[in-house]
Design a protein. Structure first.
Length: 200
């Protein structure tokens, strides 16, 4: 090797090493930061899209409720929702009607006691107190009718929270319903416990 070329070779090696070091210590970290920022931007865009879709859905549902006359319907619900001297009587009639619609026999219905209370607030202004009233049903009938009742409960505007369901066989002495109808031997006994809201 010519000694005249040695300085050029040394300079070339130094430049190559410097380029690699420059890329590794300066360019590569910046590239990683850019990649991380791109991922963060993608996540924010995804969240923004989801938030926009959510508010669009809320706006659409609000328009649909307005078209269906929700204000008038909610007034009818409030009549059952509000507590008062006829609350239990109204609830008994209300649930009795639902059970009859399902095709089940209502052996007994109990509405009593306050399980829990919590404040409902919007901003700073106190909007009142919601109490959860205990309800329990003793029902007899076909299993499909019971599923029908649960579906009816689910479609009610009044919130009906089911806490427990017990299913058992009908006792031998229960051959007739309170209405005097003969019960099918395949009928089951259903004990349902739950809560309904009452606004004070």
């Amino acid at each position: 090797m010519n000694n005249n070329n040695l300085p050029y070779l040394t300079i070339s090696i130094v430049l190559i090493v410097a380029s690699i070091a420059f890329f590794y210590f300066l360019v590569l970290p910046q590239f990683e930061k850019i990649s991380a920022l791109d991922k963060e931007i993608s996540d924010l865009e995804f969240k923004l899209e989801n938030t926009t879709n959510y508010f669009n859905d809320v706006s659409y549902n609000a328009e649909k409720l307005a078209e269906l006359g929700w204000d008038n319907v909610s007034k009818k619900i409030d009549a059952n929702f509000m507590d008062g001297p006829f609350f239990i009587h109204n609830m008994e009639a209300y649930f009795n009607k639902l059970v009859v619609r399902s095709g089940l026999y209502l052996n007994s219905l109990s509405i009593e006691g306050v399980e829990e209370s919590f404040e409902v607030k919007e901003g700073v202004e106190d909007k009142g107190t919601i109490s959860e009233i205990n309800i329990s049903f003793d029902l007899t009938g076909d299993y499909n009718y019971f599923l029908n009742l649960l579906d009816i409960f689910d479609r009610q505007a009044l919130v009906i929270k089911i806490n427990s369901i017990e299913i058992g066989s009908v006792n031998q002495g229960e051959g007739y319903s309170e209405q005097g109808d003969i019960m099918d031997s395949s009928y089951l006994n259903f004990k349902v416990e739950g809560t309904i809201p009452s606004k004070k």
